[in-house]
Write a protein that binds this ligand. Structure first.
Ligand code: KIV
Length: 265
């Protein structure tokens, strides 16, 4: 699973053969410039989910439910999840939380909306978890995470994201449930893996979590390309003849008589 927030990236991720494209609320930090995922709104998520759908072809697209779009009431959760399906054409939604959201997950599934769970480090409530830290390091929190995964499975979730867990705990949870566990910072004992595409490509330099592997480092190349454009424009090198519409025209005559060849001729 990989993230995308617009049609061009959805096309790239789809072409790479990812099984699932996640329109993550990481949108807030990666694209919209927020300090966390908390401010992301339903309208922002839908705007980007629609763009992803347009570029994603037949790929399975999951819309990430933003903070407070599913916690206020089950009715609101169904209405908001329904918007991802009806307005943005998503195939499923994802939401954060364990046993406390199980009833909501059950209601969404009953309403015909496939749900992916997300436990461990849940960025929308990172403050309550003591920050962006590895979860499940003591017995009580490890058991709570296992109970959360089981509760989500019982509620009808079709998969669950495990974020920032010790690898052995993630493996144990993946083995204890029948639905796919998709890891991020959770070792290689999960059934699948997810990364934020901009992290994987080395495009987001503000911070790089230690679990991210940069398969490319595009930010320096992008900056160099942008600076080259500026330099060549300043020096009069760009656009050269190969990037100009160079034609045999008597411009003086053309402008004087108002006739002659059109640019398309
Ligand atoms: O918002 C997101 O991109 C996510 C993934 C990191 C799982 O939730």
């Amino acid at each position: 699973m990989l993230t995308a927030y617009d049609a061009s990236f959805a096309r790239l991720v789809d072409a790479a053969g990812a099984d699932i494209i996640l329109v993550g609320d990481s949108l807030g930090m990666v694209v919209l410039g927020y300090e966390s995922t908390v401010p992301v709104s339903m309208e922002e998520m839908l705007h980007h989910a629609k763009a992803v759908r347009r570029g994603a072809g037949e790929a399975f697209v999951v819309g990430d439910m933003p903070f407070l779009s599913y916690q206020v009431s089950v009715g609101e959760a169904i209405a908001n999840a329904g918007r991802f399906m009806k307005e943005a054409g998503c195939d499923a939604v994802k939401l954060e939380g364990g046993e406390e959201v199980a009833e909501t997950v059950r209601a969404l599934v009953r309403a015909g909306i496939p749900v992916m769970g997300h436990i461990g480090l849940t960025p929308q409530t990172a403050g309550q978890l003591g920050g962006y830290k590895v979860q499940g390091r003591d017995a009580a929190s490890a058991r709570k995470l296992l109970a959360a995964a089981r509760a989500l499975e019982r509620a009808g979730a079709f998969a669950v994201v495990l974020e920032c867990l010790p690898d052995k705990l993630a493996r144990a949870i993946a083995e204890a449930i029948a639905i796919p566990a998709i890891g991020i910072g959770a070792g290689n004992g999960c059934d699948g893996q997810v990364l934020v595409t901009h992290d994987l490509l080395g495009m987001f330099e503000k911070f790089v979590p230690s679990f991210v592997k940069n398969y490319a480092k595009l930010a320096p190349q992008m900056k160099e390309a942008l600076a080259s454009f500026r330099r060549e424009v300043t020096e009069g090198v760009f656009p050269g003849p190969e990037h100009s519409f160079t034609m045999q025209l008597d411009v003086e005559k053309l402008l004087a008589e108002g006739g002659g060849a059109d640019i398309d001729d």
